[in-house]
Design a protein around this ligand. Structure first.
Ligand code: AMP
Ligand code: MG
Length: 417
């Protein structure tokens, strides 16, 4: 499953901006090719493998948009109201019947337009006279209240595009076409490990100097939201050889290997040495805070990403490195994350030349504008800072300070995954 070409290592070492890193990733990763047909009820969130062209127009036949009376445009009263005999009645689902000039047909929403008619008066706008004729007012436009065949989607139009992540409305469209299945890219398989002697798995005893492993569960949940099939491979101890062996063992069965922790340059950071002993590795120093180094590599042809251990750094680097790689491997069209402008309620200073993410809660100010309130503390280890906030304010490389009242870009957690 060699999906990451070797020359990405040409870019290793130096400080990379987030955009450079994402650009390199996008250019080097090849999508998995296998596809599968899934039923419409199983298609939500999957990546469409092939364009879908409309096999029939929508709506499939010309029909009435309202409950009312269908007539021929040539008969429309011009200056004053006019009475028409009502000949026939057509409900939704019933076959259309023909109408003669000078006649009106009782019609209901969704019913096919009777041959010889092309305009519908809403029932609210008409009255019935003593003879039971319908009295139609003057002034209606020809073609009013009619939904022509194909007005929504013409026959043959490419309505769904390969690479798009299917949403409920996309699935509705496939159903409207009468399709029962869609061809999607197979789920990519990702192996996830945590690393660190200080970690205990929830459900196992925790020694006094240990903490429960939280990142692994966060990463698994994030990967699943991106449509991955995830292997939870537990915790690796801070020891080079067992770590290397474990990664090597599962490399062939996965499209991506992901670890968290152990990628700094401390003596007990063994991921780098472990990966180098069984594959190739480069440390990317990304110009991003929270972040620190992200390790990228290849083991047995499978891409490897080592995220930092601090939960917030792990979260932020996941969004910027793992997410685009997962999308590229899945054959998904690139989905740049677009920040929404909101008003800052905080002052902030930062270094130029790197991107920073500030954890914030949104609130509505007295004047109705949306305001971003900064989480009061900054540590990259504070899980509460992710749990108690709504999203991240993105501060670009050029920005060195933010003043209250200034417009800033907000990324909602809901949009990141
Ligand atoms: P490291 O990147 O291994 O130096 O870890 C940095 C910090 O993140 C340390 O305080 C670790 O205890 C913490 N950490 C590492 N891995 C995890 C994890 N899986 N869950 C929660 N915290 C972690
Ligand atoms: Mg560690």
């Amino acid at each position: 499953m060699a999906q990451l070409s070797d020359d990405c290592f040409a870019f290793g070492g130096p400080l990379l901006s987030v955009d450079e890193a994402v650009g390199i990733i996008a250019a080097k990763v090849t999508a998995v090719q296998e596809t599968e047909a899934v039923s419409l009820v199983a298609a939500d969130g999957r990546i469409l493998a092939r364009d879908v062209a409309a096999p029939l127009p929508l709506p499939p036949f010309t029909n009435s948009a309202v409950d009312g009376y269908a007539v021929h445009a040539g008969d429309l009263p011009r200056e004053k109201e006019k009475a028409f005999p009502v000949k026939g009645r057509v409900q939704a689902g019933a076959a259309a019947q023909a109408a003669k000039p000078g006649e009106a047909v009782r019609i209901f929403t969704g019913a096919p337009m009777p041959e010889g008619t092309d305009t519908v008066f809403m029932q609210e706008d008409v009255s019935l006279d003593a003879k039971g004729h319908v009295v139609l007012p003057a002034g209606l436009k020809a073609g009013a209240n009619v939904r022509p065949a194909g007005e929504d989607i013409p026959l043959g139009h490419v309505a769904l595009k390969a690479g798009q992540r299917l949403r409920p409305q996309d699935i509705a469209l496939a159903a409207a076409f009468g399709l029962t299945e869609l061809d999607v890219v197979r789920r990519i398989r990702v192996a996830v490990f945590s690393t660190g002697d200080e970690l205990a798995s929830p459900g196992t005893p925790r020694a006094a100097a240990q903490l429960f492993d939280s990142n692994r569960f966060m990463l698994i949940a994030m990967l699943r939201r991106l449509g991955c099939e995830v292997s939870d491979l537990g915790i690796l101890r801070d020891e080079r050889d067992p770590l290397a062996t474990a990664l090597k063992r599962v490399a062939g069965e996965h499209d991506l290997l992901l670890t968290t922790g152990g990628v700094s340059t401390g003596e007990e950071d063994h991921v780098k040495a472990g990966v180098e002993s069984v594959g190739r590795l480069v440390l990317w120093r990304m110009a991003i805070k929270p972040g620190r180094p992200v390790a990228m590599g290849i083991i047995g042809g499978t891409p490897f990403i080592g995220l930092p251990g601090n939960p917030v750094a792990s979260f932020v680097t996941f969004v910027h490195v793992v997410r685009p790689i997962v999308l590229a491997l899945s054959g998904a069209a690139a989905a740049p994350i677009v920040a929404m402008p909101v008003r800052s309620a905080f002052a902030y200073k930062k270094k130029g030349g790197r991107r920073e993410y500030v954890r914030v809660t949104l609130r509505k100010a007295a004047d109705g504008a949306l305001e971003a309130v900064k989480f009061p503390r900054e540590g990259a280890g504070l899980l509460s800072s992710l749990v108690e906030t709504d999203g991240l304010i993105e501060l670009g490389d050029d920005i060195t300070r933010v003043e209250p009242g200034q417009s800033v870009g907000f990324l909602s957690y809901a949009d990141l995954l």
